[in-house]
Write a protein that binds this ligand. Sequence first.
Ligand code: SF4
Ligand code: SF4
Length: 104
Amino acid sequence: MSIEINKNKCIGCGKCRDVCPGTLIALGEDRKAFIRYPRDCWGCTSCLKECPVYAISFFLGADMGGTGGRLHTEKEGDILKWITERPDGRVIVTEVDTRESNKY
Ligand code: SF4
Ligand code: SF4
């Protein structure tokens, strides 16, 4: 279980590093984020939600019942979109209104 960081998208803001409860993420000399201990990531998804440029995705491996898809988030106002890209190319979008997040 781990995240992937797209270095081409990363702008080096450090938000993912700051929110990771396990301090697993660091910024390199190139000011790009990287995960230091991928095996220790427990998939809380905090870093995905904080990244302003959606550079982080979460790998849905067999260890968590996935089939190799990828998950990332995008925000539109108060709507948080959970976007799953399946290995067969299908994309599933689940929208959550963050103003009502206590409902879920
Ligand atoms: S998913 Fe959670 S534990 Fe894993 S790197 Fe991101 S913030 Fe850290
Ligand atoms: S939050 Fe996103 S843009 Fe900022 S350092 Fe992390 S990966 Fe890069």
